[in-house]
Design a protein around this ligand. Structure first.
Ligand code: ATP
Length: 238
């Protein structure tokens, strides 16, 4: 029996004002998988995540999450369906501690799954456990990024859209981030990961979508993309 896609987007067009940025983009995310949306700077990765979250003007012939139409839903309603979003610009409260930031993200779990608690999250993000009393403004960019992801998990999403989590952070934190994403997947959270950092994406993703100038150029397993050197050189420069 074919599994139902958790997130199912077909023929997505998106615009900034009159400028069309995405052209007929289709992608899907199955429960518990990690899919990388990879492409060069300016290819349209951030725009794709924003369009899915209803943050910019967009149309699609089909856009559902868990079978619910995303249609014209406002962003907060999309989030309440169980679709978390971690934007590039880490949304944490810099004057609150790690623990207080986590509490601000707490929402009831919609289904029978055990809800995330700070203690459970600290097992995924051990470095946050060590700084639980520290304020956001005393943390590095990478640590703030981890906190931003952990805070989103406190809302008990079934899937998370992660926008370039490895961007501009120290290699040691990138490594921790990769481990945390693997652990999230093991806990059943699906991830759509927008990334420019090919090595990071390749190490943690099951499938890949390659985006170029607002269009999907390739969809397949990570192994297939790894094997296609010509496509990677052309679209990703790696
Ligand atoms: P990056 O790694 O730079 O974030 P990206 O693949 O996420 O790259 P987007 O940010 O989605 O790319 O940008 C796609 C295109 O949309 C680019 O040509 C960009 O210049 C344009 N764009 C992005 N934001 C806006 C905006 N607010 N108004 C107009 N055009 C925009």
């Amino acid at each position: 029996m074919r599994r139902e896609a958790l997130l199912d987007i077909r023929n997505l067009d998106a615009f900034y004002g009159r400028a069309q940025i995405l052209f007929g983009l289709s992608l899907h995310l199955y429960p518990g998988e990690v899919v990388a949306l990879v492409g060069r700077n300016g290819a349209g990765k951030t725009t794709t995540l924003k369009a899915i979250m209803g943050l910019i003007s967009a149309t699609a012939t089909h856009a559902t999450f868990k079978g619910h139409s995303l249609g014209k839903l406002p962003t907060y309603r999309i989030a309440r369906l169980g679709l978390g979003y971690v934007p590039e610009d880490r949304r944490i409260f810099t004057d609150l501690t790690v623990e207080e930031n986590l509490e601000t993200g707490r929402r009831p779990a919609g289904d029978g799954r055990p809800p995330w608690t700070p203690e459970r999250l600290f097992r995924l993000f051990p470095n946050l456990a060590e700084m639980r009393g520290r304020r956001g403004n005393q943390m590095s960019g990478g640590e703030q990024q981890m906190l931003s992801i952990a805070r989103t998990l406190m809302g008990n999403p079934e899937a998370i859209l992660l926008d370039e989590p490895s961007e501009g952070i120290a290699p040691v934190i990138v490594q921790m981030m990769a481990e945390a994403i693997r652990a999230m997947k093991a806990e059943g959270v699906a991830v759509l990961l927008s990334e420019q950092n090919w090595a990071f994406a390749a190490g943690i993703s099951d499938r890949a979508c390659v985006i170029e100038r607002g269009e999907i150029r390739f969809q397949g397993t990570m192994a297939e993309l790894m094997a296609d050197e010509a496509l990677r050189a052309e679209t990703l420069g790696v």
